[in-house]
Design a protein around this ligand. Structure first.
Ligand code: ATP
Length: 292
């Protein structure tokens, strides 16, 4: 089976400085680096690195060919990524101070400009048993979910960044709803009735992760692996992509949680987002070493 991911592609411009600028203030950065990010690109890389055939759906501007090269180098099929002439590639300006506090500006650009006809064409090959990943950084989330469900695929939706209206629009088509703790709190503060999804995946940073099967009432808790965190950016995306890939290959929930938790733990020991997502062999070595 395959994983399809309608997801954002962002170029991360990272500026490091002693302190963040206040309104009206101009500061020189101590360093600058550029990397691949966006929740969508991160989840595609994680799923592909975990071994799932992964097709990224979505859009970029023209140019920025290194982004496509890098996704391909990490195993992601980029055939269906559209290059829009009138849009720039989504990007983030990330300011980091000495204590890892940040200020971030995201310009969605092409991520929010995909046309429905193009999405329908691209999703023509989705099959029963495939998995569609979605996050809240693109247009057409509910439409993509509907196409996937009609085709007999499952839908895993990461409600991030959290937006109740976007979530309610897509939720009837969602199989598994993935959230971090803050997103889950926002959801449960707003909605009390039973959720119309099969399962809930809730990640809690260093506290681990939980999966609740809403049909049977069964739940599983996976503790986080103890590591020294360097950069937690993309931990949730690494978890979601690895978890989806594990389900795609037929793993049970406990195995999927463990694999995803190992991958996310390794990710937080590394600086960066998409570029820092570990390969499956690194994750299996790490898991084996924690059993030793
Ligand atoms: P982000 O937005 O930074 O991508 P998130 O808020 O979506 O992350 P978290 O719940 O913070 O997601 O983390 C996802 C998973 O990553 C956790 O369930 C855990 O398995 C792993 N993880 C995160 N932080 C740590 C940590 N400090 N040590 C070990 N594992 C961690």
């Amino acid at each position: 089976m395959a994983i399809w991911n309608l997801g954002s592609i962002n170029i991360d411009h990272v500026y490091r400085m002693d302190k963040l600028p206040r309104p009206g203030e101009t500061l020189a950065a101590d360093s600058y680096s550029i990397g691949l990010g966006g929740k969508g690109a991160n989840q595609s890389i994680a799923a592909a690195q975990a071994g799932a055939p992964t097709h990224h759906l979505g859009a970029m501007g023209q140019g920025d060919d290194w982004v496509i090269d890098r996704l391909q180098a990490r195993g992601v099929d980029t055939t269906y990524i559209l290059r829009l002439a009138d849009q720039v590639t989504g990007h983030a300006l990330i300011l980091l101070d000495g204590s890892a506090e940040n200020s971030i500006i995201i310009h969605p650009g092409a991520n929010r400009a995909l046309a429905l006809s193009a999405l329908e064409n691209a999703m023509g090959a989705i099959r029963p048993g495939d998995i569609l990943l979605l996050q809240n950084e693109t247009s057409l989330q509910a439409e993509a979910a509907r196409i996937a469900r009609l085709a007999g695929a499952r839908v895993i939706y990461s409600a991030a960044p959290f937006d109740l209206d976007a979530l309610q629009a897509v939720m009837p088509e969602v199989s598994i709803l993935a959230m971090n703790e803050g997103e889950a709190q926002q959801l449960f503060a707003a909605i009390r009735e039973p959720l119309p999804v099969e399962g809930l995946l809730i990640t809690r940073g260093a506290e681990g992760a939980e999966y609740r099967d809403l049909k049977t009432g069964q739940s599983w808790h996976q503790p986080a692996f103890p590591v020294t965190p360097v950069d937690t950016t993309g931990a949730g995306d690494t978890f979601a992509g690895y978890f989806a890939a594990a389900l795609d290959r037929g793993d049970g929930i406990p195995e999927a949680l463990r694999l995803a938790s190992g991958a996310a733990a390794l990710k937080v020991t590394r600086q960066g987002a998409g570029d820092a997502i570990p390969a499956l062999s690194e994750v299996t070595d790490f898991l084996a070493s924690t059993e030793a």
